[in-house]
Ligand binder design. Structure first.
Ligand code: ZN
Length: 412
């Protein structure tokens, strides 16, 4: 029986969100947390974007040295031979790519303005797939952008052509969140039965259905005989109304009525890490977690009304589908209410030693402390907010990697 994998795209779709973004160190922390949770793959960025290249290279080094293992790190590029070439030029060690191209008539006509036909789309895509193979890509996904507004027969042709030329997966992108759970199920099942490849489900929340549609799409793929790779983002961060939220989607797959009995995760996801990654992403993006966010909101386990409070005190299962401890919640949070010494881009050695001393970090000598402090300053330049403990510990533990991922070289 085929199964379900998770691909998180916070570091690609999430950071495309208007008004918001992540520093390269924050992106790295997200990769580390996703890996700890057991997420199969992180779409970790844009290998054709100049300012991304040292971050991507540094994270691949973390993978090579076993720090970022076993998670797969994949890059997103447009499905063109020139993008593929640039990706391997900027990030030679990249192993996994998703190649994206618009497939709907709306976008082919509306974006390419009559310069491309459907046949051109197929040709451009297969050329890109072949180029990625030639450069040595180990896995290739092909993304049909706006798949939900694309004629299903063309999507099947697209998938078959991609497969024939060496692609490994087909990404069904409901780019505008246009599908509902019934339509995505039907479309994905047809693609699974006829496209010959595992399917990625990429859903958006414009109509508030990203999580439900991800589940329905996953069912369609598996009923059609293929493995499925659900795309999520932490806290649902993503373009416009966002993507399928990672934690909510894992909860839906594992806890919703009868689903997990037939549709199973290929590898377990450790939800006890959910609280940590959701809180970090909220801090890093500067976007509070809504009080009613599934599992993670302040009210997700709060009960006030008489009947509910009485019921949950007698037996939590009266009014809770799952326990907060399963999601890593329950520890009291320490918030400094008095004097605070925190890191910043203009931090000095005394304050820095104080911060690190609180975490029981000591340095071999003054030179080492100065060097770590310098890296912390650079990280603060990018983040524009105090670093969290785990970021400071990361820089202390991996200063060479930190130096690399903080490197920005504009216009050589
Ligand atoms: Zn998207």
């Amino acid at each position: 029986m085929p199964g379900i994998y998770f691909i998180d795209v916070t570091n690609r779709d999430g950071v495309q969100t208007a008004h918001l973004g992540l520093s390269k160190l924050e992106k790295t922390m997200i990769n580390l947390y996703l890996n700890e949770m057991g997420v199969f793959q992180s779409e970790f960025g844009f290998p054709t974007t100049r300012h991304e290249q040292f971050y991507l290279q540094a994270n691949l080094e973390l993978a090579e040295t076993g720090v970022l293992q076993p998670i797969r790190l994949s890059g997103w590029v447009r499905a063109t031979t020139s993008d593929v070439a640039t990706a391997f030029k900027f990030v030679p060690g990249i192993k996994h790519l998703n190649l994206s191209i618009s497939t709907s008539e709306q976008m082919i006509n509306g974006k390419f303005l009559g310069k491309k036909t459907k046949e051109d789309i197929l040709k451009t895509m297969v050329d890109a797939v072949e180029a990625a193979r030639a450069y040595g890509a180990e896995s290739i996904g092909v993304n049909a952008e706006d798949a939900s507004r694309t004629d299903i027969d063309f999507l099947v042709r697209f998938a078959l052509a991609a497969k024939e030329h060496g692609a490994d997966r087909f990404r069904y992108c409901d780019t505008l969140g246009y599908d509902n759970s019934f339509t995505i199920y039907e479309a994905v099942k047809i693609l699974a039965e006829n496209g010959g490849m595992p399917i990625e489900i990429h859903c958006h929340s414009d109509l508030g259905m990203a999580v439900a549609n991800s589940l329905a799409g996953a069912k369609g793929a598996i009923d059609g005989g293929q493995d499925v790779y659900i795309n999520t983002t932490v806290n649902g961060m993503g373009e416009r109304a966002g993507n399928a939220d990672l934690v909510a989607t894992v909860l839906a797959v594992t806890k919703s009525k009868g689903f997990a009995e037939r549709y199973k995760l290929v590898k377990p996801i450790d939800l006890t890490r959910a609280w940590k990654i959701a809180k970090f992403a909220s801090y890093a993006f500067g976007v509070p977690i809504p009080v009613n966010q599934p599992g993670m909101g302040a009210n997700a386990f709060a009960h006030a009304s008489g009947i509910h409070a009485d019921g949950v005190l007698k037996d939590p299962q009266n009014y809770e589908l799952y326990n907060y401890t399963e999601l890593g919640r329950g520890e009291p949070e320490l918030v400094e209410t008095g004097r605070e010494i925190c890191s910043g881009e203009y931090s000095g050695i005394s304050g820095f030693r104080h911060i690190m001393g609180k975490m029981a970090v000591t340095f071999a000598d003054a030179k080492e402390a100065e060097m770590i402090l310098e890296l912390v300053r650079y990280a603060n330049v990018e983040a524009q907010k105090p670093l969290v403990e785990e970021e400071l510990l990361f820089i202390t533990k991996y200063p060479k990697i930190a130096k690399k991922l903080l490197t920005l070289k504009p216009l050589e």
